[in-house]
Ligand binder design. Sequence first.
Ligand SMILES: Cc1ncc(COP(=O)(O)O)c(C=O)c1O
Length: 445
Amino acid sequence: MVAAGPSVGLPNVDLASAASEAAALYTEANPNSLARHRAAAESMPGGNTRTVLFFAPYPLCFVRGDGARLWDVDGHEYVDFLGEYTAGLYGHSHPVITEAIQRALADGIALGGHTPHEIALAAAVKRRFPSVDLMRFCNSGTEANLLAISAARLFTRRDKILAFAGGYHGSVLSFPFTAPPGGTINVPFPVVLAPYNDLAATEALIAANAKDLAAVIIEPMMGGGGCIQAAPEFLAALRQACDRHGIVLVFDEVMTSRLSPGGLQQVRGIRPDLTSFGKYLGGGLPTGAFGGRAAIMERFDPRRPDAVAHAGTFNNNVLTMAAGAAGLTRVYTPEAAVALNRSGDALRQRLNELIRRRGAKAVVSGYGSMMNLHPGVAAPPASPADIAKVPTALRDVFHFDMLARGIHVARRGMINLSLPMTEQDFDKLAGAFDEFLSARAGLLA
Ligand SMILES: Cc1ncc(COP(=O)(O)O)c(C=O)c1O
């Protein structure tokens, strides 16, 4: 293939050449990450223990984080716009969070009993999310959704769940729009898959399966699926359909609960029966939680003769509970949530304005502090189908170009804000983004 002009780091070559050239530059710049990757592959398949972190030719290995910055083993510094896929809301070293962890550490870990920390965090969640009468903690968002679905099955005495194609609810509850070559490792719940934002088709599927459906589970904005918002009317109609048929409506707000003081459910004015949480809720430490209507959650009350058991050694581990409570009550206050999401809205508008000015075919979708670049897509996607045809090589080029400019984003183009970020960080992202648009104009025409 003949490139137009010199072959290194230059514009308007064809996509395959641009991608392989960007990968070559990346490899040249990251020899120590390559060495770590090879060492990791000796004991973990592909050197990996969390699939999303892998990207070809090999992922970066980080040694330090501070505030909104990261350093890799080759000494590069990045502004962290990935933000641990939304769990890194507080950044890497928020003083209130680290102090809460240190205090909890000083009082001893793994106490094997209740502590005031879990009471504080549960009360804070209940205050912020009026749909949550009662809640319970677990260890991940995956677990939170497994438990919410199981609670719905118990409550309704029905079996099936309705989920959406392209939705992601955890490692074993994954419904990719385009099936991965090796398939999924989902739990064997009977699942009806519906098309996101397609009301007529979804209502028809609900009606056809109504007597068997325990739950409808939905991300009010698909996160991993590409920051695709559910239309407000779609969510409202789901609420009505679930009421009509006695189905438990589960909002997976593992990611989106950070998008306003009371999550996306508050923004949309919809009260789900159950909500799942995770990610940032533990202050950056592992966590999950599910909660909602008392009538459903009461079944877990161990004082009841017919109580249902829900175990988990680390459900209320002191470090997570202390960090999460400090974060939600003292750092991510309602005012902080409003301000961060406003910054996100402004940044997304700025990026879309740069796209418009350059006349590029691309769009940044999302809401508040979560967003996703879709190169080669002209309008904000309403469904995973709208982005399914973006060539992965185009996303790869964006990712490599951002890394080369000291901006850490997800390979799939996801960008998340964190609290320590400043206007200078937003300027740096916008500058790098504009350079990408300019250098890659030929690929984005
Ligand atoms: C919407 C959503 N639900 C559930 C999960 C699973 O959470 P975890 O990775 O903590 O198991 C994720 C993780 O990315 C998520 O984005």
